[in-house]
Design a protein around this ligand. Sequence first.
Ligand code: GLU
Length: 428
Amino acid sequence: MVEERNDSKKAQRSIYENVKMQFSKAADIMGLDLNICKILACTDNEIQVHFPVKMDDGRIEMFCGYRVQHNNVLGPYKGGLRYHPDVDIDDVRALATWMTWKCSLANIPFGGAKGGIKLDPFRYSLTELEHITRRFTFALGMNIGPEYDIPAPDVNTNPQIMAWIMDTYLSTMPADERNRNIHVVTGKPIASGGSLGRDKATGQGVVLTIQEWAKDHDFELKGATYTMQGFGNVGSWAGRLLKPLGSTLIAVEDHTGAIYNKEGIDPDELTAYVQEHGGILGYSKAEVIDHEGFWRTKADIFIPAALENQITAETAHWLDVKMVAEGANGPTDPEGDEILQSKGIFVIPDILCNSGGVIVSYFEWLQNKRSEFWDLEEVDGKLHKIIIKAYRKVQGTALELNTDWRTAAYVVALRRLERVYQERGIFP
Ligand code: GLU
């Protein structure tokens, strides 16, 4: 199943502008060293490749792929690859920058990167997708590597695609180096070196942060209602993990439409339906509602788990919830953020809320390097420890600086980066 999936229309301002606005707000509040501010405001490397692939009918099609490496002062570049028709260089810059903040906040030894191919993967056969993936990997060449830049799944990519990337990358290496370099990608299928728990990790992180928020606010998750945008990997896992806690999913929107059932939509059944049909539309145990009706649905929690720029000046006005848990990257634009704040809606920011995926990617990378295979209990326990530590750090910083949680999360991430730059200095 794909990591996330939603084809909503692109908003006006680029998400790179959004990241820059969020970054300057945090840099001002914490008084970030101006020299370090200059470094972090830029990406390190931007790779754009054009490559030909032979289609099933013999035609050649040209593709455009990207890998943007934002910063690696904390460790190898790390971040997903997305396959989507809207992928462009500015989006990838923003997503790479968020990865730097996310890894720094989680205190894991990675920098930030992101990449992707501009295409609609649903228009291609499996064989064509394999050839596109392999040729893209070949075009990236040594710009990725297990100790240099490590891709992972993101929107519309999955463990199978990671296995093809690994196989292609290793096939270009000398025979005696192949087996010790399988950590060139994470999010692999288990038999090919993946980690137990990676598939559900992002959704699990979302749920862990919701549980922590509930504890802090004396809020009972049993009997609570929530709505969700996007029902790919992140959304469906968050739903499946909220079910045993007694929370009820009452409305879902994805790229095919929106559905509602006040008695509840079963996340397990909907996952099976989406796996078969590619989207939520047509699921018989719920009624179809329109876009505005979805956003206006009253619930306790809203989980955006699709694409960026969804909570905007328009939709934020419609939202009638107590809390937003950002499963997607950059789902809220700065105007949307202000409106949520003025309405008193609590936001668990993306770089904290959805960090479970990259945290378990780190565990997969470690297991590969050490030739170990951890059981699920170990993975889950370690994920819990890291994400809750980050949660508490953000909470403490929000109180210290009397600011919102997004800004506080940025400050925690930036303080760590600032400290490392100050210790290491600038070459030469
Ligand atoms: N694509 C995911 C993210 O945005 C996971 C990245 C990774 O595991 O490297 O966080």
